[in-house]
Design a protein around this ligand. Structure first.
Ligand SMILES: [Zn+2]
Length: 117
């Protein structure tokens, strides 16, 4: 019997799967899908929070504190900056959350991954 055909337990849910169905961390397709979904949800939340934070910071600092009025031609750059903020922070959050779940060895435990700090 070759290794690919052997039944191997998933490291997350302990279910038995053919070795060829598991990824390099020995996670089954369902657990991979679950960790991807959780990571995507955290990514959207963190990205949105970062965008709101940056937008609020820029508005408060430049419009209220410094009383600067940039030209309307710069408005697309402002939205480009917010879009880049969203993409970068959500990708970082996805990678961190997926790494935390992988390091913990499962997706089905009740603690939220970011409450540790
Ligand atoms: Zn599994």
């Amino acid at each position: 019997m070759r290794f690919r055909d052997a039944e191997v337990p998933c490291r997350s849910c302990q279910g038995l799967y053919p070795a060829s169905d598991l990824d390099r961390y020995l996670w089954c397709p369902d657990c991979r899908k679950a960790v991807r979904r959780r990571g995507a949800r955290w990514g959207r939340g963190v990205g949105l929070a970062a965008v709101l934070g940056v937008a609020a910071y820029v508005l408060v600092r430049y419009y209220l504190v410094l009383d600067v009025r940039p030209s309307r031609q710069l408005l697309p750059l402002y939205f480009l900056m917010l879009a880049i903020t969203y993409v970068l922070t959500s990708r970082i959050a996805v990678a961190v959350v997926q790494g935390l779940y992988r390091a913990r060895g499962g997706v089905e435990r009740p603690e939220a991954p970011d409450e540790a700090g």
